[in-house]
Design a protein around this ligand. Structure first.
Ligand code: DGJ
Length: 725
C-alpha cells in the first residue's frame, strides 16, 4: 500500500477508527455524527438502533455523509441552516469541530458539539438530547458571537436532517379557523416544500410546526418507516424540504427569518428552539405514540395528571354572562356529574367600557358588577357548594382600542411608528407588545390579579384572538427583532406564571387550536382543539391533531345540535362518543337539553370517568382514517400493559345500503382474551352481538369487528370497552 493510498483512505474512512464518531441513542434509535477536531461536523445516520458491528461497518457502507448543520459558505448555492453577515460584510463561514461534550441526564444523554469558524470569532454549538424511553431526540443550536462587533443572523435554523431520496412522502397539517389540523399528504418531488407561519401570535392557525416524513411511500398508520419532527417554538417558523440535484431531501426547521434577521451583539449567544425528532418502524402511529409519551412525560404541563370534565359557558351563553345564569349552569353541571365550570368571555369591564360585544374592554380586567354583583369569590363559593371547581377566561396579551388600557398606554400596542394600528376582531382589537418588559409585567399582573379574585380559581382559559398585523414595536430599537422578542416575552411571562402557579390548570386557546405547539405546551395543561364543535368535523380535526398531541391535552366538548358554526345536526350519541375520545367537556346550555338528553350525558360522563385513565394516558392506535373515504373512522386507546382498551367507531357519511369495511384492532396482546362491553349504548337499543363475550387479541386484530348499521340512522357511532380476562 502506498503512503498516498493510506492517506486517501484515512481521509475517507478513518473517523470510526479514530473514535471521532459520536452517537446519540434512544431505546430504538441511533443517530450518528462525525466530529473530528478541525474538520466540519458531519451527519451519517438516523434510524433503527445500530449495534457495535453496524457502527464499525458504517464508514465503509457506502452511505453518504452530509454536513450536519449546513452553514453558508463553500457551496453557497446550497440551502443553508445558518447564514450570517459578518461585521466586515462577508457572508462565508467555515465551521470546524472544536470540542465534544457528553453528559447524562435521567432519561438519556446530552451531546454538545462546538464548532468555530476558522477565521472569525464565531461559535456554533450543535446540541442533541435523547429521551431514551420516549424515542425522541431533540436538537438545537447555540450561536455565539465571540467577536467585538455585532453580526447579523439571516437564517438560524434549529436543526437539519438529510433524508435519502426514495419514495418519500410528507404529511403535514393545514387549516383555517374552525377547520384546524387538516392533513395534507404529498410526495416529495423536486424543488422546495415550505411549511411556514408568519402570524406572530396564532402561528398554528393555517399550518402547524410539525411534520411526518414517510420513508416507504405514502405513510401508513401502523407499518412502515416514518420520522416525525416537531419544532418547539410558539412564534413564526418555517419547516422546509429542499430537493435539488443530489441524493437527498434536505429537511430544515427553525424560526422563520422573514422580516426577522437577528443581530447578535458581541458576546451574545442565540439559542434556537429545539427540533424534536422521532423515528419509528411502526408507521405514523408509532411516531404519534412516541410524541404522546414524550408530551405527557415532559412537554405538556402536568401531562400525567388526570384532567377534569368541564362545562365551558361560551357556546351556551356567549357574552351574556349573568350571575344567576352562572349559578344555574354550575348546578346543572354538578347534576350531570361534571367537575369544573369555566366562565368564558364577557365577565369584565371598566368604568368606561363593558364587554357586551366583542369590541371593547380587553385590557380592563375589573369584574363587571352589573353582571356579577357578588363578584368572583361568590361564584367560586357556589361552585364549592356544588362540589365542583371554577375557572375563568382571559385574553391578557390583547387590547381593544375601546379600553382604558389603550387610552393610558397607546405606546404598548404593536404597530408601525407614525401609522394608525390596524385592528382585527370587532374592528378594535390589537396585540400588546410583549417585547416590552413593562407589557410583560402587565400581562403577568393580569393573570395574578385574576387569580386573586378568589383563592379558589382552579383553571384559566387563556385566549388569543388576533395576529400581529403590523410588525412594528414602539419599544424595540431593532424592528427586525419583534417576532423573536415578542415570543421570548410571552415565554418569560408564562415561566413567571408557572413559577407562582404550578397547579392551576391553564388552557391554551387561540380562536380554537391556533396556537398549539410543543413550544408553548410546557406551560399549558391542554388546548382548545377548535371552535368547531360539530362532531362530524371534529373527527377530522382531532384525527390530524392527534398526530403529535396526546388525548389528555385535546379539549373536546359536547355541543348543541346543530352546532354553532357548521349548522350540521348530529345525534347526541355521536357528539358524546367523539368528545369522549379526548379530554371530555360540555359546551352548551344544559338547561336547553331534554330530560332524556341530560340522562344520556350524565351516564356518558360517569362512563368517561371509568375509562379516563385509558383515554388520557393510554397508547393511541388510529385504525381507519376519515381521510381515506371509507365512510367511517375508527381509533382506540390501549393501556401500556395491554389489559384494557377503549375502541371508537364513527360513521362519517350516510348512504342507503352502505357497505362498510371491517375494522381490525391494534395494540392488543394476541394471546389474551378480551371481554367486550358496549359503552354509551342508546337507550332501548338491541345489545351488540359482541356484548359480554370474549375474543382473543389475535382474532380482534386479524379479523376485526363490524357493526349493524341502519339506513335510517345517520351518523351512527359505537364505543367498546375491552378488558383482558
Ligand atoms: C375564541 C375561543 O376559541 C372561544 O372558545 C371563546 O373563548 C371566544 N374566543 C370568546 O371570545
Amino acid at each position: 500500500m502506498t503512503k498516498r493510498f493510506i492517506l486517501i483512505m484515512m481521509a475517507l474512512l478513518p473517523a470510526f477508527a479514530a473514535g471521532a464518531y459520536e452517537t446519540i441513542s434512544t431505546a430504538n434509535n441511533t443517530m450518528v455524527l462525525e466530529a473530528q477536531q478541525g474538520r466540519n461536523l458531519y451527519f451519517w445516520y438516523y434510524g433503527p438502533s445500530l449495534g457495535e458491528k453496524d457502527l464499525e461497518a458504517l464508514a465503509g457502507s457506502g452511505l453518504q455523509r452530509q454536513v450536519a448543520y449546513p452553514f453558508h459558505g463553500n457551496e453557497a448555492y446550497k440551502e443553508d441552516a445558518l447564514s450570517v453577515v459578518m461585521p466586515d460584510g462577508q457572508l462565508g463561514l467555515n465551521l470546524v469541530v472544536k470540542e465534544v461534550r457528553r453528559t447524562a441526564w435521567e432519561d438519556g444523554e446530552l451531546l454538545e458539539i462546538t464548532c468555530n469558524d476558522d477565521i472569525y470569532p464565531f461559535e456554533v454549538k450543535s446540541v442533541y438530547k435523547s429521551y431514551f424511553k420516549e424515542n425522541i431526540i431533540e436538537t438545537w443550536t447555540e450561536i455565539t458571537n465571540a467577536g467585538k462587533k455585532p453580526v447579523t443572523l439571516t437564517r438560524f435554523d434549529s436543526g437539519y436532517l438529510p433524508i435519502h431520496v426514495g419514495d418519500v412522502w410528507i404529511s403535514s397539517q393545514y387549516g383555517a379557523w374552525g377547520n384546524e389540523g387538516r392533513i395534507l399528504t404529498q410526495p416529495l418531488c423536486r424543488d422546495m416544500v415550505s411549511i411556514k407561519s408568519k402570524y406572530g401570535t396564532r402561528v398554528a392557525s393555517r399550518t402547524r410546526s410539525e411534520v411526518m416524513i414517510g420513508l416507504d411511500g405514502k405513510p401508513q398508520e401502523n407499518t412502515g418507516r416514518v420520522i416525525g419532527a416537531a419544532l418547539c417554538w410558539t412564534g413564526n417558523y418555517e419547516l422546509r424540504f429542499d430537493t435539488d440535484n443530489d441524493n437527498f431531501h434536505h429537511f430544515f426547521a427553525g424560526i422563520n427569518p422573514d422580516n426577522s434577521a437577528y443581530t447578535l451583539a458581541p458576546r451574545e449567544t442565540f439559542v434556537t428552539p429545539a427540533l424534536a425528532l422521532s423515528y419509528s418502524v411502526e408507521g405514523l402511529g408509532g411516531v404519534s405514540r412516541n410524541f404522546h409519551r414524550w408530551g405527557r412525560n415532559y412537554k405538556v404541563h402536568n401531562g400525567q395528571k388526570e384532567r377534569m370534565i368541564l362545562l365551558n359557558s361560551w357556546e351556551g351563553v356567549h357574552l351574556a354572562i349573568k350571575q344567576p345564569l352562572m349559578e344555574s349552569m354550575m348546578k346543572d353541571l354538578a347534576d350531570l356529574g361534571g367537575e369544573l365550570f369555566v366562565m368564558d368571555d364577557g365577565w369584565f369591564a371598566s368604568e368606561k367600557y363593558n364587554r357586551d360585544k366583542a369590541n371593547a374592554a380587553l385590557g380592563d380586567w375589573g369584574v363587571d358588577a352589573r353582571k356579577l354583583p357578588d363578584g368572583v369569590q361568590h361564584l367560586t363559593d357556589v361552585a364549592a357548594q356544588n362540589g365542583i371547581k371554577f375557572g375563568i377566561w382571559i385574553e391578557p396579551e390583547m387590547v381593544n382600542c375601546r379600553s382604558e388600557l389603550f387610552e393610558k398606554h397607546p405606546d404598548w400596542v404593536v404597530k408601525y411608528q407614525g401609522r394608525e394600528p390596524v385592528y382585527g376582531r370587532g374592528g378594535t382589537q390589537t396585540v400588546l407588545d410583549l417585547s416590552n418588559p413593562a407589557v410583560q409585567d402587565y400581562v403577568f399582573k393580569v393573570f395574578d390579579d385574576v387569580m386573586s379574585l378568589s383563592k379558589d380559581i382552579a383553571y384559566i382559559k387563556w385566549d388569543c384572538n388576533e395576529d400581529i398585523r403590523m410588525d412594528g414595536s414602539q419599544y424595540l430599537k431593532n424592528q427586525q427583532h419583534l417576532y423573536i422578542e415578542f415570543t421570548r416575552g410571552l415565554l418569560n411571562v408564562l415561566q413567571r406564571i408557572r413559577a407562582k402557579y404550578p397547579d392551576v390548570v391553564i388552557q391554551d386557546c387561540s380562536s380554537g387550536g391556533a396556537r398549539v405547539s410543543y413550544g408553548i405546551m410546557p406551560y399549558f395543561d391542554e388546548f382548545w382543539t377548535s371552535d368547531q364543535t360539530s362532531a362530524q368535523q371534529r373527527i377530522f380535526i382531532q384525527w390530524g391533531t392527534s398526530y403529535f398531541y396526546p388525548a389528555c391535552a385535546m379539549a373536546c366538548h359536547i355541543s348543541a345540535s346543530p352546532d354553532l358554526h357548521s349548522a350540521m345536526p348530529a345525534p347526541l350519541k355521536l357528539r358524546v362518543d367523539v368528545a369522549s375520545s379526548g379530554r371530555l367537556g360540555v359546551e352548551l346550555q344544559p338547561s336547553a337539553m331534554t330530560v332524556e338528553e341530560r340522562k344520556f350525558v350524565k351516564d356518558a360522563i360517569q362512563t368517561y370517568k371509568s375509562i379516563r385513565p385509558i383515554v388520557q394516558q393510554g397508547d393511541l392506535y388510529r385504525l381507519v382514517s376519515p381521510y381515506d373515504g371509507l365512510g367511517l373512522a375508527s381509533l382506540m386507546y390501549c393501556t401500556p400493559e395491554k389489559d384494557k382498551a377503549v375502541f371508537y367507531w364513527w360513521k362519517i357519511d350516510h348512504h342507503i345500503n352502505q357497505h362498510l369495511t371491517r375494522v381490525c384492532l391494534a395494540g392488543l396482546d394476541p394471546e389474551r382474551s378480551y371481554k367486550i362491553t358496549e359503552l354509551n349504548p342508546l337507550p332501548g337499543a338491541k345489545p351488540l352481538c359482541y356484548e359480554g363475550k370474549s375474543f382473543t387479541g389475535h382474532f380482534l386484530m386479524e379479523t376485526g369487528v363490524e357493526f349493524p348499521i341502519g339506513d335510517k340512522k345517520p351518523w351512527q357511532s359505537f364505543m367498546l370497552l375491552l378488558e383482558a380476562q
